[in-house]
Design a binder for this molecule. Structure first.
Ligand code: ADP
Length: 435
């Protein structure tokens, strides 16, 4: 009897490596021939004998329900074989005794997971991984005291066991709902993080978004979990006013989102880390590349790379934070309209890619000056020139509110193109000044 590993990207490969180390024979498959290892055990779902399969270890990127289940998932269901994830393998390891936190939400998962790792280090060696960074099974490579896992809804859907000491839900908005056939399916997926709590585990929920508020009430009424609610305006009232005021000051100083910062604080608090130490540690947090990453300041202009803002809510997090904005946006729209875009701080917009016409409609309606550009390079150049002319402190912000795949492979490439364009601008103006 063999497990069957399907999807051989980063997490699938870590599963194969783990099984090899455990001397467990397995079958494996990836639809992409380039990902398939040249071994006899590599068999398509049509070529394995399903009567010999113990369970299907599926990569989170592969659909097992909506819009159409992958053949492997379909066959597993027909043969009543359970579908599990790499996280289940981690939690099945008897050697793992780390305090484990899971973080989910539509936006802010990686930032919060990385911040938690940074803070929990005060308490001992801490791993961060899962949907961001190294795959979950890498947590087995050292005797970590704490493990922070970023869990996407896709990972939650296929993870069956309960290995979390604390679960944090940051927010729910309408991104990724196409894989669930609508919002209710997506909400159910996010809610399922709390079914991954060990008995006596702690549920931490930011109630800013409506679905999260409903989940908070539901858990309080219908479960005996320890449920802690919080909100950006402290309406949930779980944090004393004094601490809340200090957290708000800290969020401003460290330019961190309150949802993320308070979520990390509640976990640190749960682990007995005093506020003072938490505060000092947060102030040394560097942030992540492509998430409101300050590239540099040149003359009166600060460049910020927020390429990971692939939806309107994520872009709004940055658009609310900076003033005199020369905003770069566009790509592939995820929403049917940009009317929800926070435009108050935008001095001028530079729009590009497939969504440009749609964004233009909103900008015209709100009387925001804009320029249509062919490329991100061109947009960066124009934005810089106008920001420079404005003379006041200005921010050139790439926070596109769209997916990137019309002009780039992914958000990382888009962010790197922006940073390269900024570098060119800075070098040229320096040369021009010296020449
Ligand atoms: P995720 O891992 O959930 O995709 P990231 O931490 O990578 O989230 O951030 C993605 C984008 O969302 C970035 O543009 C970031 O600035 C923005 N963001 C971060 N935290 C939040 C939040 N709590 N609410 C809305 N947007 C956020």
């Amino acid at each position: 009897m063999f497990p069957y590993v399907v999807g051989l990207g980063i997490s699938g490969r870590s599963v194969m490596q783990y099984l090899q180390q455990q001397k467990i024979s397995f079958y494996c498959w990836d639809d992409n021939a380039q990902n398939r290892p040249d071994i006899e055990e590599c068999r398509s779902p049509n070529d394995v004998n399903w009567l010999n399969i113990t369970h299907l270890i599926l990569s989170p990127g592969i659909s097992h329900t909506w819009p159409k289940p992958h053949l492997a998932a379909l066959k597993a269901k027909q043969h009543l074989i359970s579908i599990i994830s790499d996280v289940d393998l981690l939690w099945a390891e008897p050697s793992v005794s780390a305090y484990t936190v899971g973080v989910t939400g539509t936006n802010g998962k990686s930032t919060t997971a990385a911040l938690m790792q940074h803070v929990l280090r005060l308490n001992g060696e801490t791993f961060v991984g899962g949907n961001f960074g190294p795959p979950a099974l890498k947590a087995l490579e050292a005797p970590y005291k704490n493990v922070v896992l970023e869990l996407s809804s896709f990972q939650l859907d296929i993870t069956k066991s309960a290995g979390l000491d604390a679960a944090v839900l940051l927010n729910i908005t309408t991104d990724h709902i196409e894989r669930y056939g609508g919002l209710p399916g997506y909400v159910a997926s996010k809610l399922s993080i709390f079914s991954k709590l060990k008995p006596g585990g702690t549920a931490i929920i930011c109630t800013d978004s409506l679905p999260c508020g409903e989940i908070f009430s539901y858990l309080q009424m219908h479960t005996d979990l320890q449920v802690i609610g919080y909100s950006s305006d402290n309406r949930a009232n779980e944090i004393d006013t004094n601490t809340y005021t200090k957290l708000c000051e800290l969020a401003n100083t460290a330019t961190l989102n309150k949802q993320n910062l308070i979520g990390a604080y509640l976990v640190a608090h749960h682990k007995g880390i005093p506020f003072k130490q938490f505060e000092e540690q947060v102030l040394t947090y560097q942030g992540l590349a492509h998430r409101q990453e300050v590239v540099c300041t040149h003359k009166n202009v600060t460049f910020i790379n927020d390429s990971k803002a692939t939806n309107i809510v994520a872009a709004n997090a940055a658009l609310c934070k900076y003033n005199n904005l020369f905003w770069l946006g566009g790509g592939v729209a995820k929403e049917p309209s940009f009317d929800e875009l926070e435009t108050n701080n935008i001095t001028k917009a530079y729009i590009f890619g497939e969504a440009a016409s749609l964004i233009e409609k909103t900008l015209v309606q709100k009387s925001i000056p804009y320029r249509r550009c062919r490329t991100l390079d061109e947009a960066t150049q124009w934005a810089y020139e106008d920001a420079l002319k404005s003379e006041a402190p200005a921010t050139v912000l790439l926070s596109p509110a769209c997916a990137s795949y019309d002009q780039f492979q992914h958000f990382v490439e888009r962010g790197n193109v922006f940073k390269a364009a900024v570098k060119q601008i800075v070098m040229h103006t320096k040369e021009a000044t010296h020449g």
